[in-house]
Write a protein that binds this ligand. Structure first.
Ligand code: PEP
Ligand code: MG
Length: 760
């Protein structure tokens, strides 16, 4: 088999496997086969024991797995690691580093070729092939093994993070599975896993003839009614805890199900002899395809809804417990929803007191799923990759939302540890409640404003309850994401007005529509090769002038008589964008005045999220009234790290010196131009980072409401002077690790050690 073909085959087969053990065995079997060798083995580093252990082999005695251990630096494996390079030997036993392990039966093999498996510049394993008798490996064979090792670095790294090495090397494997994902929403939770299986794709249902038409029709109608009731019940259940926008989605689904055509057409197909499932497939596909053909993007998106509903009816018909299994089956103890991905409607259906966590195999930290989880105060971890239902469903899991980790089938000891952390956190929060009405002021009387980030109407009260002094970032794309068409000017005016009123006279910084990247509108789909460098934020709105003008008009109208609104522009990367916005603002003000509205010109500011904006800040500063740093995007663009890509997300760190220098520069220049600076990204929720921001003289920090008390505590514990000298010290440091170490030592010393976990 061709090497590339072999590789492709390994990855294809790997996709169907559910355990690390299976993956390792697949690799050794396929590599042995492809290289026509007699043995293929993998050794992994066991850092706890400081040695290299055989974890999988095809050819050596299987009983040697877990037993053959090479102390670091010894044996041929040790030689490969020491020299970080391939070792090709006609007869391995003649090499001075050779060590003999009787349990492996290795004495029969002479030809040896081993290559290191390197991930992020660190050797994590060694891949070895061996031959009976002597063998000189060719340059092509060596190149093949190097290629395989390079390709396997990723999966092997995942194996190492997902499963304890001891689980791979001992017979009594513990079934605890630890996975690393991407941060969705902070918090620590323990709950029983409620695994939502993806609906079966209805279009794959085979055509089958029925025996009893009447019985099939009764079954179909029963299933349809149950789905209607489920959706109704789901909607009723969450009505009080989510905003009207989210709730309205349930109405859309019900309307679709009430459509007579679906019922009549399915019935007549059953009368023609098909089973209810086959008949349903044809009806749903026909209607979905009609929507697929439409020019209008909104109507095209309805095809997905129709298929989703069809799949739900099918699931009921076949009595599957499946995604969207509803209120009737609502778990009565704390539970964690685990699914490939979750729609807002699905989360909303489960958004009850017992829902303590959300885990998505796909998805990103800025997706609407994560946004909703934050608003509901539910821990969320996204993008953990595939995990087998069999292994985790209905079993206990613990989640650490701060570190984006989930431990499925957690041992008693692990649960105990996490219960202790939850209790500690509760105690901390109770203590922090007392700070609600106190100012965020340092011990030497330097005042910082603490604002809330919001976007859902459901978010308003948590912010106010926790003492937010205003809204520092209103993510206006969220109501757009929850709607099923572009909201009208009146609808927008109403939504914005509610936020402005609730906070008046406190300031509300309304950010104009920021879609693109991973924030998509269900009714305005477009695909791009490189969405983060594409049609995002202000680029999108300026190119869609009428959508933008409608939003600006709605913002201005909502502010009439309240007058606490400021407008903030996302993703600005050039001065022309600010100038173009100013013209649109002038236009909107002129139009509204002519229509008799008493509109005022609001302050206008920009978010600094793109490195180019930081570099031309002097020019931008002359054009705006304030600056807000979007540290989430700024970090991502400065470090060229997609924070939603698990392969590189470990490199995403706002304590990177490059990020710290940049933010320091932004604050300095903004202050030179007498502009106030806020920071509204995740960085402002990390107590360690807040010490630096304080030292830089940041004016405002804006964050999700749940983080406000914690950050207020940090500010009230420190003096500006101490923060300034800490900043000077940190500016001289070279690495993220050393910076965090210094900052955390400072937090510990100040008696804020309890906050360290919550920040890291
Ligand atoms: C940011 O980029 O830091 C920010 C606050 O904007 P968002 O997270 O909505 O992209
Ligand atoms: Mg941003």
């Amino acid at each position: 088999m061709e090497p590339l073909q072999a590789l492709r085959k390994i990855f294809q087969e790997a996709g169907e496997l559910s355990s690390a053990d299976e993956l390792l065995h697949l690799i050794v079997a396929r590599v042995k086969e492809t290289t026509r060798s007699d043995v293929c083995s993998i050794y992994l580093a066991d850092e706890e024991r400081d040695d290299w252990v055989l974890v999988a082999t095809e050819g050596l005695a299987s009983t040697a797995v877990g037993k053959v251990r090479m102390p670091t630096g010894e044996g041929l494996v040790g030689h490969i690691c020491k020299h970080q390079s391939l070792l090709s030997l006609k007869d391995g036993s003649k090499h001075p580093s050779y060590r003999y392990f009787p349990e492996s039966g290795e004495e029969h093999f002479a030809g040896f070729l081993g290559v290191p498996v390197i991930s992020f510049r660190k050797i994590i394993g060694v891949l070895v092939i061996q031959n009976k008798g002597t063998r000189c490996f060719s340059a092509e064979e060596e190149a093949f093994l190097i290629t395989i090792a390079a390709q396997l670095a990723g999966p092997l790294k995942t194996v190492l993070t997902q499963e304890k090495l001891s689980a791979l090397t001992t017979v009594e494997t513990s079934d605890q599975i630890k996975v690393q994902g991407i941060k969705g929403a902070s918090g620590i939770s323990i709950g029983r896993v409620h695994y939502l299986r993806a609906f079966k794709d209805l279009s794959t249902v085979k055509d089958q003839l029925c025996e009893d038409e009447d019985a099939e029709i009764v079954a179909f109608k029963g299933a349809l009614e149950s789905v209607k009731l489920e959706i109704q019940a789901g909607g009723d259940k969450i009505e009080s805890s989510v905003s009207q926008d989210v709730h309205a989605l349930f109405g859309v689904y019900l309307m679709m199900l009430d459509n007579d055509m679906i019922v009549n057409e399915t019935e007549s197909r059953i009368r023609e002899g098909l089973t209810a499932s086959s008949a349903l497939k044809h009806t749903i596909e026909k209607h979905a395809q009609e929507f697929d053909q439409m020019d209008d993007v909104y109507l095209r998106a309805r095809a997905e809804d129709i298929r989703h509903l069809g799949a739900r009816i099918y699931a009921r018909l076949n009595a599957h417990v499946s995604a969207g299994s509803l209120s009737a089956d609502m778990p009565e103890e704390p539970f964690i929803l685990v699914a490939k991905s979750l729609s807002i409607t699905e989360i909303a259906q489960f958004a009850v007191d017992n829902l303590v966590g959300i885990v998505c195999m796909e998805g990103s930290s800025l997706s609407h799923t994560a946004v909703l989880a934050n608003a509901l105060g539910v821990t969320a971890v996204m993008g953990i990759g595939d995990i087998s239902r069999k292994k985790i469903d209905q079993r206990l899991a613990v989640m650490d939302g701060y570190r984006a980790q989930v431990i499925f089938n957690a041992t008693d000891l692990m649960q105990q540890e996490y219960r202790r952390l939850i209790a500690q956190e509760k105690k901390l929060v109770r203590g922090l409640d007392k700070l609600k009405d106190l100012p965020a002021e340092t011990t030497d009387n330097h005042r910082v404003n603490l604002y809330a980030n919001t976007g859902l109407l459901a978010d308003i009260s948590p912010g106010l309850e926790r003492g937010a002094e205003g809204v520092g970032l209103y993510r206006s794309e969220i109501p757009f994401m929850l709607h099923d068409t572009f909201p009208t000017e009146d609808e927008q005016t109403k939504i914005y007005g509610e936020v402005l009123k609730a906070y008046a006279p406190r300031s509300v910084y309304m950010r104009t529509l920021d879609i693109g990247g991973d924030k998509a509108l269900p009714y305005f789909g477009f695909t791009e090769e490189n969405p983060y460098l594409g049609w995002r934020g202000i680029r999108f709105t300026l190119d869609n002038g009428s959508i933008f003008l409608t939003q600006i008009r709605a913002l201005l109208r909502a502010n009439v008589g309240i007058e606490n609104m400021k407008i903030m522009l996302p993703m600005v990367s050039r001065i022309e964008e600010v100038d173009a916005f100013r013209s649109l603002l002038d236009e909107a003000i002129a139009q509204l005045k002519e229509e008799g509205f008493k509109v005022l010109r609001p302050s206008v500011g920009i978010m600094i999220e793109v490195p180019s904006a930081m570099m031309i800040l002097e020019h931008l500063a002359k054009r705006v009234d304030f600056i807000s740093i979007g540290s989430n995007d700024l970090t991502q663009y400065l470090l060229a790290v997609d924070r939603n890509n698990p392969k590189v997300s470990s490199l995403y760190n706002f304590l990177n010196p490059a990020v710290i220098y940049s933010i320091h520069r932004i604050v300095r220049i903004a202050h030179q131009y007498r502009l106030k600076v806020s920071l509204c990204g995740e960085m402002g929720t990390d107590p360690a980072a807040v010490l630096l921001l304080l030292g830089m003289g940041i004016d405002t920090l804006s964050m999700s409401a749940f983080n406000l008390p914690k950050i207020k505590w940090v500010i009230r514990t420190f003096s500006l002077k101490r923060a300034e000298s800490l900043l000077t010290k940190v500016l001289a440091l070279e690495s993220e690790e050393s910076i965090r170490e210094v900052l955390e030592a400072e937090l510990m010393q100040a008696g804020l050690g309890g906050l360290i976990r919550a920040g890291s």
